[in-house]
Design a protein around this ligand. Structure first.
Ligand code: GDP
Ligand code: ZN
Length: 295
């Protein structure tokens, strides 16, 4: 009979994991049981082997489980997240659809969402102000900063939270993480020593402990954020300003396009809802429908 321990998953590769045990030590673990799925942020029970490695044999109940899908499969990003922080900048270009996909993911997981607008020192920053304003108008917090020079405006935002940081590569995620979790380099070193086999591969996701119970999960920069696993209702729910209008259209299955008696189009006509938001909703719903037909 082997000893067991409880720990927090702090890095996930394709087939193995780093688990920080309650005692503070980080060990390499494999999964025991075909049907277990594990992500960074999961609290797990581990059977300790004589070789100093472990086998994860149970996952504690989760508050949330965040994933995104690509054409082939669903990828776990993190478990137990309380907020999603999306990072944007003037360069690479601002992508309204990507931001909305993060919002939908947050809303469907009952997580908070805030936008980090990085590289505020760049002259091109003024050009993204209207998009940032639109995000604030929806009720989401927007934090403008220049991570390269001062990441401190983010400290309050991550305090007490379990954060998933998402963004396309090049936006400044690494810069931000290095500023917020300065020991991260050393910690990553520890993990790769503990996980000799993982030394030459970068983990798919990594968890950076912050103060107290707070942590931040970074996943590789992503251009797309697939929502294939979500229903049309979940996608529609992610458009906060449209929620009061749902159910008020003449037709129950209204697509809010050219149907008569559409409450959403009426709100557009009154200038209460931005037309591009409705177009975005339709695009995401169209994707979701096409998938439902092909799956
Ligand atoms: P990641 O791919 O999201 O991890 O992005 P990095 O942190 O590697 O940053 C990408 C590039 O943007 C690097 O050249 C950084 O030096 C630069 N960068 C990051 N933050 C800022 C910033 O606040 N202002 C400016 N001008 N450049 C930044
Ligand atoms: Zn309608």
């Amino acid at each position: 009979m082997s000893a067991t321990a409880t720990g927090l998953v702090t890095a996930a590769w394709r087939r193995h994991y780093a688990v920080r045990l309650e005692g503070g030590e980080t060990i390499r673990c494999v999964l025991r049981g075909r049907h277990l799925a594990v992500a960074c942020g999961d609290s797990v029970r581990v059977a300790l082997g004589a070789d100093g490695e472990g086998a994860i044999n149970a996952v504690e109940p989760r508050r949330t489980l965040l994933f995104r899908s690509d054409a082939h499969r669903e990828k776990l990003i993190a478990a137990n997240v309380t907020q999603i922080l999306g990072i944007v900048a003037p360069d690479p270009p601002y992508d309204d659809e990507l931001v909305q996909r993060w919002i939908v993911a947050a809303e469907s997981n009952d997580c908070a969402f805030a936008l980090i607008a990085n590289k505020s020192d760049l002259p091109g920053f003024a050009a993204i102000e209207p998009r940032l304003g639109a995000c604030s108008a929806l009720g989401y917090r927007v934090v403008r900063l220049s991570a390269k020079f001062d990441a401190s405006p983010l400290r309050d935002l991550v305090a007490g939270q379990k954060t998933a940081l998402v963004g396309q590569s090049g936006m400044g995620k690494s810069t931000l993480i290095n500023a917020l979790a300065p020991e991260s380099g050393a910690r990553v070193g520890d993990v790769s020593t503990a996980l000799r086999a993982g030394r030459h591969t970068t983990s798919e996701t990594t968890l950076y402990p912050l103060d107290g119970q707070s942590w931040m999960v970074d996943s590789p920069g992503m251009k797309a954020f697939g929502l294939a696993h979500l229903s049309a209702e979940a996608i529609a729910h992610g458009f906060v300003e449209l929620r009061p209008l749902y159910g008020k259209c003449r037709f129950r299955d209204c697509r809010h396009a050219t149907e008569p008696g559409c409450a959403v189009q009426a709100a557009v006509a009154r200038g209460e809802v931005m037309p591009w938001r409705v177009a975005l909703l339709q695009r995401l719903l169209g994707d979701s429908e096409r998938r439902a037909r092909t799956w």
